[in-house]
Ligand binder design. Structure first.
Ligand code: ASP
Length: 348
């Protein structure tokens, strides 16, 4: 029996970034150093990977992008590589090096579509590899420790913390612990190569059926979905312009308890009548929309995803939405957008 493998997939980001000076923490170029180079910066990485199963490391460079520019081409390559690795009995776990800017979206994409039955651990850095304060090597070491620890699902390991794909958001543009779990805090901490879990895992949903995954991977692009924010001094012009331009879905980052400005409401309802998918979530950084439950004629109203907790405006917006949409009401706007792109892709 060959030793199991932990495979590190490189996609770029600041963790692979290079600056002209070691004192430079901004103004560097992301996605310059190879995944092999990242591994070489952590002397005992093979020992951490070996854990208690004797796993060996392997690495594949999938892309070299600044994740602010993440696109469907890279996502598709990553989805395909991750799906193959999950099917490969010789692979025990995956680690993905990634930029912080869209990490939360990629993590959520992988979780929603693949529901991995193995650990898939994304990691990143806030300082380039050339920095005096480079955080990438420690983050990579921690990510491999999480991968070796064997808890299935998509995780983000950064700054000694482990976040679940659903909760993690980038909360700061500069500090080293920029990744944050909304809310409830991290799921685990990594201390000297040991993972200390502080939450029990949520029950897993099922992965997309093979046929749906293949159809997704065969797409040239994802459906067009935009996030709109509701706030003071709002007009319907952005909604109308997007609808006229052919947008397929709108996620509204609503005020407070997922409420929307009355100037937006009619335009959103009209957009829905024209076949545009519309969801409303909250722009608040913590918590999720809370309110009254809607009788949707489905299972118990207290089930997660069946309880739509919001005011009258959102009752109108959500009444016709399906269970997945209702669950997305509870997501941060960036993740609701990913979920909507996936849902529209699956429906078409
Ligand atoms: N712009 C970089 C990226 O997302 C930022 C980072 O990695 O922290 O790739």
């Amino acid at each position: 029996m060959p030793n199991p493998k932990i495979v590190i997939l490189g996609t770029g980001g600041t963790i692979a970034g290079e600056a002209a000076e070691s004192t430079q923490g901004v103004g560097y170029r992301a996605g310059q150093i190879s995944v092999q180079g990242l591994i070489a910066a952590v002397p005992d990485l093979p020992r951490i990977a070996a854990g208690c199963t004797g796993a060996v490391l392997d690495a594949v460079q999938l892309a070299q992008v600044d994740s602010k520019d993440m696109d469907w081409r890279v996502w598709r390559t990553l989805l395909k590589a991750t799906a193959q690795a999950l099917d490969d009995a010789d692979i025990q776990a995956l680690v993905i090096t990634h930029g912080t800017d869209t990490l939360e979206e990629t993590a959520w994409l992988l979780q929603v579509v693949l529901q991995p039955g193995k650990p898939v651990v994304l990691t990143c850095a806030m300082r380039p590899a050339t920095s005096l304060q480079a955080d990438g090597p420690q983050n990579l070491r921690d990510a491999v420790a999480v991968a070796a620890a064997g808890r299935c699902g998509v995780w983000v390991a950064a700054a000694g913390e482990v976040h679940a794909a659903r909760q993690v958001l980038k909360a700061h543009p500069y500090r080293l612990n920029a990744m944050h779990s909304y809310e409830g805090g991290p799921c685990a901490y990594v201390e000297e190569g040991r993972v200390r879990w502080v939450v029990t895992p949520a029950t897993a949903c099922s992965a997309w059926p093979q046929a749906d995954l293949q159809a997704l991977l065969g797409r040239g692009e994802l459906p067009w979905v935009e996030v709109l924010q509701s706030g003071a001094v709002q007009s319907a012009r952005a909604v109308n312009a997007l609808v006229a331009a052919g947008v397929q879905g709108l996620v509204v980052a609503g005020t407070g308890n997922a409420t929307v400005h009355q100037q937006l409401l009619q335009a959103l309802l009209q957009a829905r009548e024209r076949g545009v998918m519309v969801w409303c979530t909250t722009r608040c950084l913590e918590g999720q929309a809370v309110g009254q439950s809607i009788d949707r004629g489905g299972p118990a109203a207290d089930d997660v995803g069946e309880t739509c907790l919001m005011d009258e405006i959102n009752v109108q917006l959500c009444k016709a939405a399906d269970a997945q949409a209702l669950d997305c009401v509870l997501l941060a706007p960036s993740k609701a957008r990913v979920a909507m792109m996936l849902q529209l892709a699956r429906n078409s």
